[in-house]
Design a protein around this ligand. Structure first.
Ligand code: B12
Length: 187
């Protein structure tokens, strides 16, 4: 009898590069068994380069797109905002998980926060900064980008960081903040 194969789950994937989004700003649903498989499927769908090398810890993604890893800089992943302490091939995904791969430099306190954008009301958005443990805080000072040409400052500090962009038919909105990984995009 054949051993039962791990059943694939439908998960959302986004890949954020050093200076731009490499894959699916609005997050694309793919079928994958684990976080490495989610990257592999995204690479096929988006026709972008990625490379896996064998290390003492197991398979390691040492390049996505143009930039290889080196020193304390390289490619890391989060699932639902949390940075797992295991290799991507070991992280079994569940239906509905959000897998994010991004380029990051690690320091003594870990990696950079990742930004998450949520719609608050029509044309208004909340921005959160999420640390490696998945803890959310308001992303104070975040800037909203409407398409590629217009930016809108956000307001707020301790409770909520919110920005309203007005009419933006057909354009996607996303958030950036110095030192943080750019957010998902929303219509
Ligand atoms: C520097 C570092 C990184 C850098 C590597 C930059 C580079 N040069 O390529 C960055 C920040 C990119 C990184 C990423 C990750 N890391 Co790291 N990393 C380290 C650290 C602090 C030192 C490794 C090192 O330079 N060793 C010295 C050199 C000479 O030895 P080396 O064998 O050639 O090192 C290479 C591998 O270790 C590889 N590597 C680094 N991290 C990981 C993680 C995994 C799972 C694999 C397979 C390989 C790998 O990169 C090194 C340089 O080429 C170690 C902790 C430690 N003190 O060992 C953690 C450590 C190896 N990383 C770890 C983890 C979990 C990750 C991530 C999976 C985190 C994540 N959620 O994304 C990712 C890897 C994802 C991927 N790309 O496939 C764990 C591994 C645990 C395990 N048993 O599987 C460790 C042990 C930290 C920990 N205690 O949690 N990491």
């Amino acid at each position: 009898m054949l051993a039962a194969a791990a059943s694939a789950a439908q998960v959302k994937v986004r890949v954020e590069g050093k200076t731009r989004t490499i894959f699916a700003p609005t997050e694309l649903t793919v079928s994958a068994d684990n976080a490495l498989g989610a990257l592999a499927t995204a690479a096929g769908a988006g026709e972008f380069y990625y490379h896996v090398t064998e290390t003492a810890f197991g398979p390691y993604v040492d390049q996505i797109g143009l930039f290889p890893s080196g020193g304390v800089t390289g490619w890391v992943y989060k699932v639902n905002g949390v940075s797992p302490p295991v290799g991507a091939d070991q992280y079994v995904v569940k239906p509905g998980d959000k897998v994010l791969w991004y380029f990051a430099t690690f320091g003594p306190t870990g990696g950079p926060p990742t930004l998450e954008l949520e719609r608050a009301a029509q044309s208004c958005y909340r921005v959160y900064s999420v640390d490696d443990a998945g803890t959310r805080a308001p992303a104070v000072g975040a800037v909203l980008h409407v398409g590629s040409k217009r930016t809108v400052a956000t307001q707020g500090a301790t409770q909520t960081v919110l920005g309203c962009v007005g009419k933006h038919r057909g354009l996607l909105v996303r958030a950036t903040l110095d030192g943080a990984v750019r957010s998902n995009a929303l219509p």
